[in-house]
Design a protein around this ligand. Sequence first.
Ligand SMILES: Cc1cc2nc3c(=O)[nH]c(=O)nc-3n(C[C@H](O)[C@H](O)[C@H](O)COP(=O)(O)OP(=O)(O)OC[C@H]3O[C@@H](n4cnc5c(N)ncnc54)[C@H](O)[C@@H]3O)c2cc1C
Length: 469
Amino acid sequence: MKDDRRIYEHPVLKFERGKRLSFYLDGKPMEGYENETIAAALHANGIKTLGFSPKLKRPRGFFCGIGKCSSCLMRVDGYPNERTCILPLKEGMKVEVQEGRGRAEIRGRERKGKVERRSTDFLIVGSGPAGLSAAAEATNMGFKTLLVDENPSVGGQLIKQTHRFFGSEREYAGTRGIDIPARLLGECAEKLLEIEKQASVFGFYPEGIAIEKRDRIELVEAKKVIVTTGAQENYLLFENNDLPGVYGAGGVQTLMNVYGVLPGKKALMIGSGNVGLIVAYQLLQAGVEVEALVEIMDHIGGYQVHAAKLLRQGVPILLNHTIIRALGDECVEGAVIKDIKSGEEQTLALDLICVAVGLSPSIQLLKQAGCRSAYIPELGGEVVLHDENYKTDAGIFVSGDGSAIEEASSAMIEGRIAAISAALELGEIEGAVEKRRELREELRSLRSCRRGEKILKGEEKLLEVYNER
Ligand SMILES: Cc1cc2nc3c(=O)[nH]c(=O)nc-3n(C[C@H](O)[C@H](O)[C@H](O)COP(=O)(O)OP(=O)(O)OC[C@H]3O[C@@H](n4cnc5c(N)ncnc54)[C@H](O)[C@@H]3O)c2cc1C
């Protein structure tokens, strides 16, 4: 496939694309690879518009890349509203751009939802660092564990982090994010662990916990449940912010670091937190030009070491600047940025706007289960209430970015604390109370820096609200 938008040379990554496949977009033949999702294959073929908004019929493109927003919904083999950013490509697939809310034509088709039942000791929802660490603890304490993730790979955000992690050494700081999932899986007692990928947990019902797979629904009975569903990226308000080509920074990482597909040729990064700084550098590594990084504050939000790498490559970091408009009709062709002090505006020609303005915990599933929530800005916005063992008032445990936006090191420790606490409710376990005490100590020391102060303040507020019953 000459002239496509795939990355063939990368300083860190090697892409195993698998077999070449044929598929159709609105009847037009296209080619992709078996290890790509539909949205990645479409991007590689130069297709950025994946649908149109239901009311105003505005073009819609990819945004989050992990199945958490609705920007990439398409009709696939006749089924409407498929999340094409997490649905792997198959030979002969018929993909269609859908208008409106999507219509199902199921007459004469086999029913998609056969219901099956299963049971387990622990059900862990989400296989990021929190979920994997919880699975390591649960299986090593002798519990049969089902680990479910709706993405095609295990590892959550880690699978796209090519940089060496900061954080605590015991939680693999200094190791590249992409290498951490295998290390955590290696910690699990293999015989007791079952992993289900491409499976979404969508509800807690009296009959069981419902998991949707492509061809069936499963109802799971579990003695203990830990929800580690991570976070979703925040949007930013500016004119034309819905044009295809305006992507979340994590979405951009998914395209380029997981699937080896270029998200664009010339980029503007918005936000100078660690995510913005790191993803801007990774864009350069993938061969994308970064025109500038804009930051509305008067200082850089992330670590100086990440900012210095960008400055050395000649990328301007414009403080006191923001985006006010994306330009283009069908997709991004430029951006207007503004100096908020002088009021001066500047027009940039580019095809990619990358939004890195923070994350919010993904708590929808926990709210469906009846957990109470509160707005605590220090923890990332609306969070579910839980006690110091990460137990919510619905009896479900939570940890990682799904409980508060922090980092992988703390997500791993929290996942372990949650698993041990859940296990202790099932009976005594030798050494478990002591291990939990040590983990709490480790978490405290991880948060003893300036960045940790905010989280500690947030946790204090959360416990206060939790105890006000
Ligand atoms: C660019 C970038 C750089 C970073 N760098 C660092 C760093 O250097 N050091 C560091 O410590 N941290 C870093 N982080 C932060 C770190 O990656 C996150 O804090 C961490 O991944 C959170 O872990 P988690 O397990 O809570 O969630 P995630 O890693 O987000 O995993 C959640 C998982 O849950 C799955 N899921 C969600 N909903 C469902 C459902 N309903 N059913 C089934 N599965 C579901 C998702 O598919 C996903 O796999 C970085 C993050 C980014 C974006």
